[in-house]
Unconditional design. Sequence first.
Length: 170
Amino acid sequence: MARAPSASAVSAKGGSVWPWLAWAVLLLVADQFTKTLILGYYRLGDATYVTSFFNIVRAHNTGAAFSFLADAGGWQRWAFTGIGVAAALFIVWQLRAHPGQKLFCFALSSILGGAIGNVVDRMMHGYVVDFLDVHARGWHFPAFNLADAAITVGAICLIADELLRVKRSR
C-alpha cells in the first residue's frame, strides 16, 4: 500500500520540495567530484591548456567571489561558512514555501547546491578549490568552479523570475 507524501513535503501550492533538493544534491555531488579530481591530479598552480580561451588550473580561494577578502587573516573562512549555512537554511525554507514556482525553485536550488559545495570546501580545506580558467588575449577571468557556476546561473534565473513576475503583475 502506497503512502501519501507528508504535508511537509508537498505544498498546497502544487508541488514537492524533493525534486528541488535532489537538483541541489546533484550539483553538490558534481561539484565535489570535480574538485576531488583537481585535488588528486593537480598541484597548486598547475594548469592544462584546453583551448585558446580555456584552461584547467588548480587555484585556492580563501576569500569570496573574485577573491574578495582573501588576505583578511583567516576570520573570513568562518564568516563565509556562516553566511553559506544561513543562506542554505533560508533557501530550504523558501523551497518548502514555494515548490510549485519552477523557475524560482530552480534558481534557489542551484544556488543551494553551489553554496553548500563551497561551504564543504571551506570546512574541509580552509579555502575553495577553483579550477575553471577562462581567458582571452592576456585577460583572465578569476578561476571558478562548478559551485560558482551554479550560483551564477541561479542568480541569473532569480533575476529573470522576478522580472517575469513584475511583467505578469502589470
